[in-house]
Design a protein around this ligand. Structure first.
Ligand code: PLP
Length: 476
């Protein structure tokens, strides 16, 4: 059967997109001339040039010079099903031909967003039956704020405006995301934060716990929430938001005492509890959502990254039934983005979630590859003089570089005065040895794709150990 002739001005749909292959040097010149990178010191970048990533498959990346690099960060904590999965590419391709775009404003909808919403109701914990869509984690947290404000208006308590979050938390880079986040270096570059957002301390025992046990310290940190609510007046406090474990802040895991206390306080004072699951969602800890690992029940859930395994941008907010009911009851909710529930993103998300669930990929993180990764990493680094502590579970880990790791209880532990520099040295050794391991100050972070094999874990961990050893030699 002859294929239909293309519409005027259109190439046949089967034609391969033209590719431009340039030398690394040419790419770097053009990149430096025209591309303003996120979270990068452009002055340095323009001198050294960027690494040009040209291809990826499974847990590996290739750069324009042919290096094969093991991706210990799943892109940016997102490519959970691994790179170059045909199932996701085909879902996008099919959807682009069927319905590349239609909006979900003004009482319209389409099959992919319907399927995705029904599927999210199945994979999220009980009580999450409504989902609002956006394009990123930052927009997700903006949406959380919009929902929180609207919820208290509808409930007839408009004075509830304050939102409490934590220092060194990360909630994105829009104005609201950066305000919710507790990154001072981001706040410094803004004239002011969004009004009515205040912070309490992060539960970072290694750095701030002194002689307290991790459990006692975490409990103290959680109780700061109660003190802050009492200071502001519970009638003025709308919500608390936190990442169940802090990701960009350094993979910081609170002790088991933390979240139950936060939950108790939120319930006592009638404060909405919001879990930012942008990194922890969709299986990173071995549970579908990391708040399940910590054993608490949020009212609102921010999702992005792993929702589509990063193949196309998409974010979402899940609303517990009582929150959804309040928003729905009130009539029009004046919030939305052109691409809320984008059909291609939704189709990819559906394919991704099916793969994670029906392919047993999340289950494997919990029962097989997660425990293997944790055991192998901890065994390999146990005798490293530079490693003070390892936090994490499933396929996420934060490795604390330290000058002195302390005694058997970790008492007397000592961080480097120039921790950020030590982390950067280590990150540079990773780069040279074809490993992506991220540095956040004096913590090295790993978060590989879920499809990593045992042999690839061995390779990843071996390269991480080597980079840490080289760092130890360099700093003497
Ligand atoms: N929330 C958390 C916990 C994140 O880690 C991130 C990004 O890393 C965001 C929100 C922001 O997501 P995005 O970069 O997609 O806007």
């Amino acid at each position: 059967v002859a294929s239909p002739s293309p519409a005027p001005g259109q190439a046949p749909v089967t034609a391969a997109a033209p590719r431009v292959a340039r030398s690394t040097a040419e790419y770097r010149v053009l990149d430096a001339a025209h591309h303003l990178h996120p979270f990068s010191d452009m002055g340095t970048l323009n001198r050294t040039g960027s690494r040009v990533i040209t291809r990826a498959e499974g847990v590996y990346l290739w750069d324009s010079e042919g290096h094969k690099i093991i991706d210990g960060m799943a892109g940016l904590w997102c490519v959970n099903v691994g790179h170059a999965r045909k199932e996701l590419a085909e879902a996008a391709y099919r959807q682009m031909l069927e319905l590349p775009f239609y909006n979900t404003f003004f009482k319209t909808t389409h099959p992919p967003v319907i399927e995705l919403s029904a599927l999210l109701a199945e994979v999220t914990p009980p009580g999450f039956n409504h989902f609002f869509y956006c394009n990123s984690g930052s927009e997700g947290n903006d949406t959380v704020l919009r929902i929180v404000y609207q919820y208290w208006l509808v409930k007839g308590q408009p004075s509830k405006k304050y939102v409490i979050s934590r220092t060194n938390g990360y909630h994105g880079s829009t104005i609201a995301g950066a305000s919710l986040g507790g990154m001072g270096y981001m706040h410094e570059q803004m004239p002011s934060k969004v009004e009515h957002i205040v912070h309490i301390d992060q539960p970072y025992w290694y750095g701030n716990g002194g002689d307290l046990s991790p459990e006692a310290f975490s409990l103290n940190c959680a109780r700061q929430l109660e003190a802050k609510i009492l200071e502001l007046g519970a009638e003025n406090v709308a919500a608390f938001i936190g990442e169940p474990f802090q990701g960009a802040g350094g993979v910081i895991f609170p002790a088991s005492t933390y979240w139950p206390e936060i939950e108790r306080i939120c319930r006592k004072y009638d404060i909405l509890l919001c879990a930012d699951e942008v990194i922890g969602g969709f299986g990173r800890t071995g549970e579908w959502f990391s708040h399940e690992y910590f054993g608490f029940q949020p009212d609102l859930l921010t999702m992005a990254k792993g929702l589509t395994s990063g193949y196309v941008p998409m974010g979402a907010v899940g609303l517990q039934d009582h929150v959804a009911a309040a928003i729905i009851e009130n009539g029009e909710f004046n919030h939305g983005l052109t691409y809320s529930g984008h059909p291609v993103a939704a189709a990819v998300a559906v394919a991704n979630l099916r793969l994670l669930r029906e392919g047993g990929i999340v289950e494997r993180v919990k029962t097989d590859i997660g425990p293997y990764f944790q055991k192998t990493l901890r065994a390999a680094l146990a005798d490293s003089p530079l490693v003070g502590d390892i936090a994490g579970t499933g396929l996420v880990a934060g490795i604390q570089l330290a000058q002195y790791k302390g005694d058997a209880q970790g008492l007397g532990r000592q961080r480097f005065a120039n921790g950020g520099e030590v982390g950067t040295i280590c990150r540079d050794f990773c780069f040279e040895n074809d490993l992506v391991m991220r540095a956040t100050g004096d913590r090295m972070l790993l978060s590989p794709p879920f499809v990593i094999t045992h042999e690839e874990v061995d390779e990843l961990v071996g390269k991480a150990r080597r980079a840490i050893d080289l760092t130890a030699q360099r700093i003497g």
